[in-house]
Structure formats: C-alpha cells, structure tokens
Design a protein around this ligand. Structure first.
Ligand SMILES: [Cu+2]
Ligand SMILES: [Zn+2]
Length: 187
C-alpha cells in the first residue's frame, strides 16, 4: 500500500512537471506572436466639459507606422495638437493623468517631421467646418512593439494648435480628449 501511494505521488509530480513544460511552450509561442503585432487602436474619451469622440489607429508598414485619426466634436475650422503621452492613465477628469509627452529619447518638443522630437509628437488634427478631423500620416519614429512600444501609453487631444516649437508641449492648451493605445483586433 505504501509503495502504491508513493507511485501515485510520483505520477502526480510527473504530471505537474509535464503541465509546466506545456506552459513554457505556450509562452514561447506568445513571444513569437509579439513580432506579428501590427495594429493598435485608441478610442478617445472626452474630458470633463467636452464632447470630443473618435478613434486613432496605428498600423505597422514597411517604412513606418501609419497613423489614421477620425475625430468629431472639435472646435470647427481649427487645429488641435495631439500627442502620445507617457501614461495610459485616463482616470483624471481633466486628462492630466496621462502625464507629459512620450519622450523615451529625452529630446525637445517638435513636430512629427523633425529628426529630434518627442516620440509622442504627432502634430495637429485639422477640424473642418463641422468640427470633424480626418488625419493620415506615416510616422518614421514610433514603434507599435519593441523597446519603446506605444502600447499602453496615452493619447491626448488638445483645445488649441500645437506650434511645434514651444517647450515642452507646443502650447496646445487644455486637454479635451484622452485615450489608451491598445492592441487592435485584426482579422
Ligand atoms: Cu499632448
Ligand atoms: Zn512633445
């Protein structure tokens, strides 16, 4: 009886070892999967007192990341700075919990086409007469996955225009919408 019990224990141990090996194998394929992450999405939420809504997508291309934005509820016929901010924390009603511009390489604020810029400097959205902005640009700096991934960072849309030079924020004014960049569902 004693030996039988011991055999059972050993059997259970072997099963447990087998199961943990299976877990390791799955983790391995997960990390391979990370290399195929090609699309991220940010759904905007208006800050207190604003009614901005919209979606910004990031799609990996051969030569950069395609940034596409569709935003509504903006002040008509005006420019609105928008940036990737350091934190994906949109818990504060004024949007300030997203922190400052995402700046992993410790550069000054600038425009999206400058060689030296915050990684988060996406430039301006341009609202039409209906307060609707459609934006499309190819960003050669940001990365969807990798050392300085944009995943889990925040996006902030501002009330005013980013002048692309004032430090450290482009003087773009209050935060009218915020969102978190997450993994997009791809078909
Ligand atoms: Cu900003
Ligand atoms: Zn900046």
């Amino acid at each position: 009886m004693k030996w039988q019990a011991r055999g059972m224990v050993l059997g259970l141990l072997a099963m447990a070892v087998g199961m943990s090996n299976a877990c390791v194998a799955e983790e391995g394929s997960d990390s391979k999967g990370a290399a195929s992450i090609t699309k991220a999405v940010c759904v905007l939420k208006a800050t207190k007192g604003n009614s901005v809504s919209g979606t910004i997508t990031f799609t990996q291309q051969k030569d950069g990341v395609l940034v596409e934005a569709h935003v509504m509820g903006l002040k008509p016929n005006s420019k609105h700075g928008f940036h990737i901010h350091e934190f994906g924390d949109i818990s504060s009603p004024d949007g300030k919990s997203t922190g400052g511009h995402f700046n992993p390489t410790k550069m000054d604020h600038a425009g999206p086409n400058s060689a030296k810029r915050h990684w988060g400097d996406l430039g301006n959205l341009e609202a039409d007469e209906n307060g609707h902005a459609t934006h499309k640009s190819l960003d050669k700096v940001i990365m969807i996955h990798g050392e300085h991934t944009i995943l889990s960072r925040g996006i902030t849309v501002h009330a005013g225009e980013d002048d692309l030079k004032s430090q450290p924020t482009g003087a773009a004014g209050a935060r009218i919408a915020v969102g978190v960049i997450g993994l997009a569902k791809t078909e």
